[in-house]
Design a protein around this ligand. Sequence first.
Ligand code: IMO
Ligand code: MG
Length: 417
Amino acid sequence: MGYVDVVLGLQWGDEGKGRIVHYLSRDYDLVVRFQGGANAGHTVYIGGQKYVLHLIPTGILHDDVKVAIGAGVVVDPEVLKDEINFLNEMGIDVNGRWFVDPRATIVFPFHKKEDALFERKDGIGSTKRGIAPAYRDLYQRFGVRVGDIVNNKHLDRVLKKQLEFNNIILKHFGEKEIVEDDIKEWLLGFREFLAPVLRDVSLLVKDYISTGKRVLLEGAQGALLDVFFGNYPYVTSSHTVTGGALVGAGFGKEVVRRVYGVFKAYTTRVGKGPFPTELNDDTGEKIAELGEEYGATTGRRRRVGWLDIPLLRYSMWLCGVTHPLMTKLDVLEGLHMVKLATSYRINGGVYDVVTPTLYELEKVEPLYETFGPFEGIKNARKREEFAPEVKRYISKIEELIGMPVEGISTGKESDLI
Ligand code: IMO
Ligand code: MG
């Protein structure tokens, strides 16, 4: 029997999941996205060349790996087509190597427009990729799904319902209404592109596993952006935890072997929402510069802060992490002082894990332990090469999360150590 391993982000996204999936995927046969959409920006460096992928799983960068987009994803066909073109231009042969579940939901141009309109009105700092409006329409039960492209009769019916609603919104904002024929033409423009790759991804995973193959799931966003368990409403509109992986790709828990939880050696957040360990000083500025903390999808400067153990404990619990992985430790190289939030003070009491409702997170005072100087990290090949204070930092983290950190990245292209 084969198995499924899952890679998830444990913070507010941008933990380096793309880099980790690329590193791990040499040992897998199939890599699957299961939630989110083109709000993700997964960056991989190979031989100095930067690849940013938003929809196609980063496993595609290994020739002998196949990739799939599961039913839980919201798919912007324009982004997908651009991405496939980009990969072709880069000399990566994607032919016969990528599949899309017919049950994945289409993101229309009007979803992106609505996302931007709502953002203007009452913004939470979304990526404006149409994610929330597309999931909203799916749950309202008039979403159009990728498989509808090959079913004309059904398509007419769902499009009608969809547009009836969307035009009410567009009208409300004083925008031009959508003409059904136009949007149908837009969508059918992708028929030739998408029809050959439609594949039941749930059954594809089943086939792979029953023939002894290995499947890796590539999470997008992070546990703290989960629509149920993040700091609602400053969240994304999908399930970013292990449960979301099962639901979004379509299988039960028996096949899952490992859950890799990826976290940065510090913390970042893009968009609004509480951030207890945020740094609004020169150190924050320095980490942002050294870590190139600019959004891969929107180019926005990410907010930066110290590693937050109470939140990490919470997301590890939510995801059932078996293998924690730390990224970007090298970014802290040269800092004289690095802080680690080990617990929170809330109303006089001290807590080491917290349910991050908005209300609570806004009131917490993180309690820190201080480390430094940080040296000997960049491209280190063994943890023994780290300066004593770096080793102490890692030991402290391991002690506080109650498990060893399985791998640490010390450079954009280096192996994990
Ligand atoms: P990857 O996969 C970081 C954030 C947005 C915003 C909130 C809601 O690269 O880690 P949305 O467009 O999803 O409705 O925005 O979620 N967000 C991300 N932050 N990394 C991501 O993806 C994100 N995807 C969404 O900034 O605060
Ligand atoms: Mg990203």
